[in-house]
Ligand binder design. Structure first.
Ligand SMILES: O=C(O)CCC(=O)c1ccccc1C(=O)O
Ligand SMILES: [Mg+2]
Length: 330
């Protein structure tokens, strides 16, 4: 980014909204996001509440880029998106998949706390009845032993497209890859929450790279990481962080700018909200359209967060801005 806008300009038009969710995801039933309006459009600042300011500053950088700089020219107009299936009971699977018309790929959450491998096997089987191409995401929930056993069981009847973050650490991902050479491993948290996002690739811990705009600091940062990953020859999957329609448009812009995109992206979770900040984009044959999103001002008013939450987010935004300005000073 050429230069950060002044804090007063950032705070000139800020909307803090609370989006109610239809399904529990990451233990969340309401998603709070901050929307900023700048000369280039709208940006979203929505680090998860438990994230520290240092990590959250990248999310602010991403919001500022969207609203003050804008995005590069896309090379495609639509992006294939996966259906995302939270850790629901098998009976709920058809209702979840109905929100992703035409999706050719499903991503199924597994290794949920309080559930067992049997729950995962049943959920994946229920999904495969509708969408045969399944990837799973364990969010680092397994040990190496658990991952090896679970991935063998889950791929016994049909292959998995890949397994995302089966274990928490890079070392464990390397070990799972060594033990199960026939199953592709994707890294998510090992990229977006790492001090060095390339380390997992250098160590040989991935076959697929999951990349997210906001945690990486914006579309340009994501594209530059994509360039750095080129020598490793791994396909990229652009995914969301449970973004509102505004954040999702940044993900779609990044996906639309990648020179190579062979796998479906994880940018279809907008339907998880009862109401989003803009009308829910339409799936056409499992794809979403790329393009700017303008939130509906009536919706923003209706979804406005409580005063105490608004103050909390503005304070957080100020602290993250201070992190960004101290970063550029050093
Ligand atoms: O990738 C997708 O299909 C949807 C996005 C998603 O799963 C997600 C959303 C919020 C936080 C973490 C994750 C994740 O990929 O682990
Ligand atoms: Mg993930």
């Amino acid at each position: 980014m050429p230069q950060l806008p002044a804090l007063e300009d950032l705070l000139d038009e800020v909307h803090v909204v609370t989006l109610p969710m239809r399904v529990r995801f990451r233990g969340i039933t309401h998603r709070e996001v901050v929307l900023l309006r700048g000369p280039a459009g709208w940006g979203e600042f929505a680090p998860f509440p438990e994230y520290a300011d240092d990590e959250s500053a990248a999310w602010l950088h991403s919001a500022i880029e969207a609203a003050w700089t804008g995005f590069p020219e896309p090379v495609r107009t639509r992006v294939a998106v996966n259906a995302t299936v939270p850790a629901v009971a098998p009976s709920q699977v058809p209702a979840v998949l109905a929100r992703f018309p035409g999706a050719q790929t499903a991503k199924v959450k597994v290794a949920e706390k309080g559930q067992s491998l049997v729950d995962d096997v049943r959920r994946v089987a229920a999904v495969r009845e509708h969408i045969p191409n399944v990837r799973i995401d364990a969010n680092g929930g397994w040990t190496v032993e658990e991952a090896v056993r679970a991935l063998c069981v889950l791929s016994a009847d049909a292959p998995l497209e890949y397994a995302e973050q089966p274990c928490a650490s890079v070392e464990e991902l390397v070990e799972v890859r060594r033990r199960l050479p026939e199953i592709r491993i994707a890294a998510d948290e090992s990229i977006r929450r790492a001090d060095d996002p390339l380390r997992v690739a250098r160590m040989g811990g991935l076959d697929v790279a999951v990349v997210k705009v906001a945690p990486l600091g914006g579309v340009q940062a994501l594209l530059s990481l994509a360039t750095d990953l080129e020598p490793f020859g791994v396909p990229l999957v652009v995914s969301s962080a449970l973004d509102s329609a505004v954040g999702m448009s940044a993900g779609l812009a990044a996906a639309a700018s990648l020179p190579n995109l062979e796998l479906a992206c994880g940018l279809g979770t907008g339907g998880f909200f009862e109401t989003d900040v803009a009308p829910t984009p339409h799936f056409v044959d499992g794809t979403l359209a790329v393009g700017p999103i303008a939130p509906d001002l009536l919706r923003l008013r209706r979804l406005a967060a409580r005063d105490d939450r608004t103050r909390w987010w503005i304070e957080r935004l100020r602290r993250c801005y201070a992190v960004l300005t101290s970063d550029t000073a050093t």
